[in-house]
Design a protein around this ligand. Structure first.
Ligand SMILES: [Zn+2]
Length: 89
């Protein structure tokens, strides 16, 4: 599955939108079709480098709402088509 992602190439640099491939979910994972995403204060701290530096590039946006697209073989609490909210840590 293809998706677009906002990549932070380096701390305090503008985001770059790139297309990437998403793999199928592993047994305990859920893949979502994201409908909306917040940028919260902790994301801003990351962009400014206030959570420390990181190697390579990074992404932000960990509070999302969307529709379950696929589930791993061990997932029983949601199914494709379910509307969900998620906080990714
Ligand atoms: Zn947050």
């Amino acid at each position: 599955m293809k998706c677009k992602v906002a990549i932070l190439p380096k701390i305090n640099e503008p985001f770059v939108i790139e297309e990437c491939d998403l793999s199928d979910p592993s047994p305990a994972q859920v893949r979502l079709k994201v409908k909306t995403c917040t940028i919260c204060h902790s994301d801003i701290h990351s962009v400014k480098g206030e959570h420390g530096s990181f190697e390579g590039s990074g992404t932000v946006g960990h509070e999302i709402a969307g529709i379950v697209d696929a589930v791993g073989s061990k997932v029983t609490y949601v199914k494709p088509g379910d509307r969900v909210i998620a906080c990714i840590v």
